[in-house]
Design a protein around this ligand. Structure first.
Ligand code: 2X7
Ligand code: FE2
Length: 295
């Protein structure tokens, strides 16, 4: 029987890849955003002892308007350029997709009443949210991924409906994985508070310019992190609509709700690996190792 072995909150500011200087990225940096990059290093060390087959990423930057889409082509190779930060992120990716698992997830989500579609275009450009979170979590790129889009159509109704849909998708994701033979790591690819600077410093990695932008947003970030550390994931779901509206959180895409639902609303505490701002947005790297693992 398949299972979810762990989940992580794995934010995707392209700045983190830029500052890490991997060979796939064209621009190079001197330094920058260390608390988050060291946080990702701790996450990677933490995942070292866990065996898994596939990484499933829910990305806010793959926005679809007719249903939830799943990558459905076995291999993608191209260049991803961040539309806002082409100076920081021009990344040559070469990745494989666990298509059978993606199809199973798509099928379970349809049976749960969601509109779904497999993305079969071989020339599709994989979004940078998927790439950054997958790269920072597993830079070897030696595991297949499944990427799941954020269906934005429900956003027009309300934040509540958007999150309800994500909870349904989370339950379907869990069911699909348990009906498969895969051991899976889930990634929610999102920042917490998401109000950002409107002008970039001349040297992007100049950390004297990086700071919390708004105290109220910071208070929200700390509240959500503390609730997750205490295992109050149901409480986080309860405040999610207020959180996304007041802090402009990227969790608005449904990614964090999807993760907590797929993990069956953990009552054990998440491990916080690092927190930091990127152009003023709040980002936490956190993980939930399923209690059965390591027993
Ligand atoms: O997509 C992002 C983000 N979510 C946060 C910070 C900086 C850039 O890009
Ligand atoms: Fe983003």
């Amino acid at each position: 029987m398949g299972r979810i072995v762990a989940g992580a909150l794995a934010p995707h500011p392209p700045h983190l890849v830029y500052a890490d200087n991997p060979e796939q990225n064209e621009p190079t940096a001197e330094c920058g955003w260390e608390t988050l990059r060291w946080g990702y290093e701790r996450l990677r060390n933490d995942l070292e002892g866990i065996d898994y087959d596939t990484i499933v990423v829910f990305s806010p930057h793959w926005q679809t308007y007719v249903g939830t889409h799943f990558l459905g082509v076995p291999h993608f190779k191209s260049k991803s350029v961040d539309p806002i930060f082409p100076n920081l992120f021009r990344f040559n990716y070469d990745l494989t997709v666990d298509v059978p698992l993606a199809e199973a997830m798509c099928d379970h989500a349809s049976r749960a009443g969601l509109v779904t579609k497999m993305m079969r275009n071989p020339d599709f450009r994989v979004d940078y949210g998927t790439i950054v979170s997958a790269h920072m979590t597993r830079p070897q790129w030696d595991k297949p991924i499944v990427s799941v889009s954020s269906n934005r159509s429900f956003h027009f109704y309300s934040a509540e409906v958007m999150q309800e849909q994500a909870l349904t998708l989370g339950r379907a994701t869990k069911a699909a994985i348990e009906a498969s033979d895969r051991k899976v790591l889930l990634l929610a690819s999102n920042s917490l508070s998401h109000r950002h600077f409107i002008s970039e410093p001349a040297v992007p990695e100049d950390m004297s310019k990086e700071h919390i932008y708004n105290h109220h947003q910071y208070l929200w970030d700390m509240k959500i992190i503390e609730m997750l550390r205490k295992g109050d994931s149901r409480g986080v779901i309860d405040v999610m609509p207020e959180f996304v509206e007041q802090s402009m959180s990227e969790a608005e895409s449904g990614s964090l709700s999807w993760l907590l639902s797929a993990l069956d609303f953990p009552t054990y505490g998440a491990e916080l690996h690092g927190f930091g701002t990127v152009i003023g947005t709040g980002n936490a790297v956190m993980s939930w190792k399923c209690p059965e693992e390591g027993k």
